[in-house]
Design a protein around this ligand. Structure first.
Ligand code: AHR
Length: 505
């Protein structure tokens, strides 16, 4: 058993944890949109205007703050005007990125905005810079957000929507270094400025423009973009072309050529996965450090708008659909990421897990009318109290909560904490596959009331939920907490995630 003390100064509040760190991503990929969110109005599956209500209900319980759409790689092939107007008149296209399947454009702008309204989530639209035009992107912004009279306003009204929508988050391209156009950073920076110029703030709608950023640890890309982020010559009214800069990072157990199965893996694979997950800390630090030298006031947000695990697709499923199961291992990847995100709250403004339903590290898996909540879903739900809370620094003292993995050391204990509305929320993850961890929470600064704990674990790391066994991995109440003269003592079982909540007295 490893022993640790977590010193938490409850009365010293740090940067706010943006609720957008708990953001989501829905691409026209496999069964994420079609079958996942959208079943069509004629479906026997209960729906509102074609949108599946069981999925909406499950996601509302997560307080999902935003939803990124329509891609991903798909965004740079998507032409929004194909997805408006009467559905039976919408042109078909081929989704060449993801399985070469027919895309009938039945889920378009109005359907997406209706989904966001049902979810209570802010839309994050990813515009096409790879194969679209400046005019096309500019007109999409106008169509969505302009009031009064204009060609795009008339078109929107003709399609049944009089009032403009509010759209804040706007992506200028996606992965422009790869599927979004195979550009050089210099070129991407230049044309991102051009596109951003014509994505106007209409009336009171202020856009938060997110430039397509780096993959993994490509700090040079971030540096090139940051060099171009400011408007030279407008020092009298200083502004930046972009308000956010993205980065993408996926967790794998090995190289892309040998990602391995979501459910069949051994302990070595597991520990390698966790090393990969923890790498996000260095990556965020690296990008933040570059950004600090160009934007010391931290006005530009870092946006990790794709993250999560990426395994081989489930046997017998279409390789281009990226459908994978989700085990306790995935849940611990998520809880580890959130602790790291909370520590980067001063620069990291948004993060979007890839992807919400039926694709990669999903919250929800559907099969016909069946719906399964994954272990990852439960981490999002247990952690939702951190959204818009004040982060509280945690000083972790331990000598033995680590493991040798190859030639590297893995920290097996991870803790983060926040305070919101007079309530303290502490999240703890024990990554050790075999050993429990005893943690003393040394809470300083303010007395706390009776703590309430919830634990997510399972007998095996490989355990997961299915339509037949939907609750193999689910949170349970945890009351094995004792108080001694050093604090509140909790013992986390091996491979587990625990939240402890207490009202500040
Ligand atoms: O999330 C799946 C894909 O991963 C996205 O379409 C792309 O942006 C990334 O490479």
């Amino acid at each position: 058993m490893s022993i640790a003390t977590a010193v938490i100064n409850v009365d010293v509040e740090g940067p706010t944890i943006s609720r957008h760190l708990y953001g989501h991503f829905a691409e026209h990929l496999g069964r994420c949109v079609y079958g996942g969110f959208w079943v069509g109005e004629d479906s026997p599956i209960p729906n509102e205007g074609g949108i599946r209500l069981d999925v909406v209900e499950a996601l509302r319980a997560l307080d999902i703050p935003n939803l990124r759409w329509p891609g991903g790689c798909f965004a740079d092939e998507y032409h929004w005007k194909d997805g408006i107007g009467p559905r039976d008149g919408r042109p078909m296209m081929v989704n060449t990125h993801w399985g070469n399947v027919e895309e009938n454009n039945h889920f378009g702008t109005h359907e997406f905005m209706a989904l966001c309204e049902l979810l209570g989530a802010e839309p994050y639209i990813s515009g096409n810079m790879g194969s679209g035009t400046v005019q096309e992107m500019s007109e999409w912004v106008e169509y969505l957000t302009r009031d009064g009279d204009s060609p795009m306003v008339r078109l929107r009204k003709a399609n049944g929507r009089d009032e403009p929508w509010r759209v804040k988050f706007w992506g200028i391209g996606n992965e422009t270094w790869g599927c979004g156009g195979n550009m050089r950073a210099e070129y991407s920076a230049d044309i991102s400025r051009q596109y951003a110029t014509y994505c106007r703030d209409h009336g009171g709608n202020k856009l938060y423009r997110i430039a397509s950023g780096a993959a993994d640890a490509d700090y040079k890309w971030t540096e090139t973009l940051m060099q171009q982020i400011s408007c030279f010559g407008c020092e009298a009214t200083p502004r930046t072309f972009f308000q956010g800069l993205s980065v993408h990072y996926y967790t794998l157990a090995g190289p892309w050529s040998a990602k391995g199965s979501a459910t069949v893996f051994d302990t070595d694979d597991y520990y390698r996965t966790m090393l990969s997950a923890q790498r996000i800390d260095r990556i965020l630090t690296g990008h933040s450090t570059v950004m600090d030298s160009y934007d010391p006031g931290r006005k530009v947000g870092l946006v990790l708008d794709e993250w999560g695990t990426w395994w081989d697709v489930e046997l017998g499923t279409e390789p281009g659909f990226l459908y994978q199961q989700n085990t306790l291992r995935d849940a611990l990847v998520a809880s580890t990421h959130f602790d790291i995100f909370h520590r980067h709250a001063d620069r990291l403004y948004m993060a979007n897990i890839a992807q919400t339903v039926n694709v990669l590290q999903a919250m929800i898996l559907t099969d016909g009318d069946a719906l399964v909540l994954t272990p990852t879903y439960h981490v999002f739900e247990m952690n939702k109290g951190h959204q818009d809370a004040a982060s509280v620094a945690v000083h972790l003292r331990t000598r033995d909560a680590r493991r040798r993995v190859g030639d590297r050391e893995l920290d097996t204990l991870s803790v983060s904490a926040s305070v919101k509305g007079g309530t303290l929320l502490v999240s703890l993850t024990n990554l050790d596959a075999e050993e429990p961890a005893e943690v003393t929470l040394d809470l300083r600064g303010r007395p706390v009331g009776e703590p309430a704990g919830r634990l997510l674990t399972a007998e095996r790391l490989q355990d997961h939920n299915t339509a037949d066994v939907p609750a193999a991995v689910r949170p349970r109440p945890f009351d094995a907490m004792t108080v001694n003269d050093r604090g509140l003592v909790v013992t986390l079982p091996p491979h587990s995630f625990l939240t402890v909540e207490a009202v500040l007295a």
